[in-house]
Write a protein that binds this ligand. Sequence first.
Ligand SMILES: [Mg+2]
Length: 284
Amino acid sequence: MEIDYFMLLEIGIGDAYGAGFEFSPYEKIKAHNSLTSYQSHELGIPAGNYTDDTQMSLAISELLIDKTDWNRQNIANKFVQCFKRDPREGYSKGFYYFLKSIKDGREFLEKINPESTRNGAAMRAAPLGIIKDIDDLLAMSEIQASLTHNTEIGIKSSQAVSLAAHFFVYNIGSKNVLFDFIGEYTNFKWNNKWEGEVACCGEETVNALLTVLDQSNSLKDVLINSVAFGGDVDTVAAVGLGIANLSSEFEKELPNFLFNDLENNTFGREYLKEVGSQLLSLKA
Ligand SMILES: [Mg+2]
């Protein structure tokens, strides 16, 4: 199977594949990271279900599609709306209970502690790659990050992910210059030789992502290599697959179960395809 949908479905597939292995013991990764089935997660995520990475990427995509004014209040409203309409596991515990406890975007902004350096702003930033003007992209990526991750690494990790998607959407160059492109526009020294477990940290997540994109030549490798790190691998796999599928440099063949066994409730597979096609229509 080749997936030719735009970004959201691929994020959902990578997320659901990685979610079964998030912070799992290496024995589980060794035994099951072979692209033969989705894995359930011990913490209550059923096999084939996506998590926060996809839900928050949907939020950003819907804001872009609706041409919503890009301000903190509107973005907060959408984050809350997307969670409340389809609450799901996979968020960090703290953020999950925070979202449960508030009633709207205003309360979100009043009560959030926005100083996180974790990867929550990066995990939802890929859809912003559709923005053609790089200054706009950087500014919009910063604003969305600032709601929850108003820190240097929170903002730069978000911009790095948006830029990586942009690089392939607009065919800027071959993937071996992606690393320099992102370093230049974020003015930050990333590492694309990442090894070992990926913490929930924005910097490590981008490093793992850039390593996977550099070292993989197929979508299969993107998934397997993302999970093989161990740690917060669903974010790396989600963003990695969403971005890699935009580039002709990755061999596209994937096993059918990734598509067929992906959840397909109201906001599942068919919804991801629909939002992806609407997002693609924004390409300048
Ligand atoms: Mg996740």
